[in-house]
Design a protein around this ligand. Sequence first.
Ligand code: SF4
Ligand code: SF4
Length: 171
Amino acid sequence: MTELNDTAASRLCAACGMCCNGVLFHGMQVQPQDSLRSLASKGLKPKRRDGDLFFPQPCPAHQDSYCQIYNDRPQRCRAFVCKQLAAVIDGKKTEAAALEKIREARVLTAEIFDLLVALGDSRDHRALAVRCAGIFTPPLDASPEATRLREVLRVAMEKLDRLLSMDFRTP
Ligand code: SF4
Ligand code: SF4
């Protein structure tokens, strides 16, 4: 990355945070290069699921819109560059256009967070996908209002998933 692009990356990521706050991922898989002891001392404690070790998200190191352990972050964090950031770095997209796409995703995400709270889930320490899965796990509240809100949530999640897949996630 050039210095200019480093600056652009810093601005984009400060406005976004979605690869750290549990919106894009529910966790980052631990890699052999990661020092578990050092990362644990910084608050990143791995969990095991389906045989894999991963650092759960939302990441505790993501504070005040920045990674507080940037120079020591896990390998998967170093390797990940979303489509928006990659396009700006490659000169295929302006920073303003990428910021507008981030804004669009953040507005939709905020709506989904509000829906989750309205449906009784205030677990902001859990990843978005985990929270949404909980809402659709029986037993379900069969009241008309809860049924309506679940349908609004389902549609909003599908829209967000399409947006994230098309504009942020990498293969
Ligand atoms: S999703 Fe992209 S723009 Fe957003 S914080 Fe991650 S790398 Fe930065
Ligand atoms: S360690 Fe830093 S870059 Fe990695 S998920 Fe946490 S806040 Fe984001």
